[in-house]
Design a protein around this ligand. Structure first.
Ligand SMILES: [Zn+2]
Length: 319
């Protein structure tokens, strides 16, 4: 009996996954595609509260990943990209009411040059009492379009301004627009962040790479319960891992740790198809020229998913 309950416990912990969500603007109807109304935010916070979810600081999740600890299924991390004033005026009061921690990723130039709609340095210093402030670049550029030198400069100048005005070094980074590839990731990682966050819908399992954590965006009326049902698929992407200038994608090859015989491939603009798997391996012909600026490829086995965002790289291989 004892061994049976231990087995059950192991199954539960092995398959448990945390979820990281991203918000942008709060109670700001001018920008519906990045806004969360306060009514919706309250609904989501009540859902976490009434369904046994624990909203934890990002740091706690990253420490558990680094220590190879099991990741409880009920962990939720809330992040906010871009230091919009609407968080300060509309969002923060609700975070304080529920006592929920948050990590805000700061686009440094927007505050430093006092762009309208963004928080001031003094306001950022004030909100640092309630949550963590992290790095989201200097100028919010499309990083895959930039040379190595230009990306490096954005980090160097942005990090120096961040530290000068806030008095500490940020520990975490999120990609502007969620756009990256192996070249951009390598440069970002060279700055020593403890964790790097993307914008790929998914979940975080004990095997997740702290330098490539998936986050799902909560904007408008989002279907929070379905987001929470997704699990992380333990997948190694062999190809494609990036998009060259010509947009051509030939094969898809991804290894997973699953035993399943069937899986799904979804390509934005091209739809979903089911594929047969051998030893949990996805091997499929794509043979498409991707003309959109950004294309999402998601593979799934049941409710376990792994996503790759392909963005054209104008500088790959150019020295
Ligand atoms: Zn952003």
């Amino acid at each position: 009996m004892k061994s049976l309950s231990l087995l059950f416990f192991l199954c539960v912990t092995v398959w448990a996954d945390a979820h990281i969500f991203i918000y942008h603007r709060f109670g700001d109807n001018r920008y519906p595609s990045t806004n969360t109304t306060i009514e919706e935010l309250r609904k989501e916070f009540d859902y976490f509260k009434n369904n046994g979810y624990e909203v934890i600081p990002l740091k706690k999740l990253v420490l558990a990943l680094q220590d190879k600890q099991p990741i409880p299924d009920n962990w939720v991390v809330l992040t906010i990209d871009d230091n919009y004033k609407s968080f300060y005026t509309n969002g923060l009061p609700l975070f304080r009411e529920y006592n929920y921690p948050f990590s805000m990723f700061v686009t440094v130039e927007s505050t430093d040059k006092k762009y309208g709609d963004f928080m001031s340095w003094a306001e950022l210093q004030e909100i640092a009492k309630y949550g963590a402030l992290e790095f989201h670049s200097l100028t919010h550029p499309h990083m895959t379009h930039m040379s190595d030198e230009a990306i490096t400069k954005d980090f160097e100048v942005g990090l120096a301004l961040f530290e000068k005005n806030l008095g500490f070094k940020p520990q975490y980074f999120s990609y502007p627009f969620g756009e990256f590839n192996p070249r951009v990731k390598k440069i970002a990682a060279s700055f020593g962040f403890k964790s790097i966050l993307n914008q790929n819908m998914g979940a975080v399992g004990s095997f997740s790479d702290p330098l490539d954590l998936d986050r799902s965006a909560l904007v408008g009326k989002s279907d929070l319960p379905s987001f929470l049902k997704y699990k992380a698929l333990n997948a190694s992407w062999i190809e494609p891992t990036m998009l060259l200038k010509d947009g051509k994608v030939g094969r898809l090859h991804v290894k997973t740790m699953e035993n399943a015989k069937k899986g799904g491939i979804y390509i934005s603009e091209h739809g979903f198809r089911e594929v047969a798997l051998e030893n949990g391996e996805f091997q499929a012909d794509i043979n498409k020229t991707l003309t959109k600026e950004r294309t999402r490829i998601m593979i799934s086995i049941g409710n376990k998913i792994s996503t790759k965002l392909l963005v054209k790289d104008e500088h790959y291989g150019i020295k």
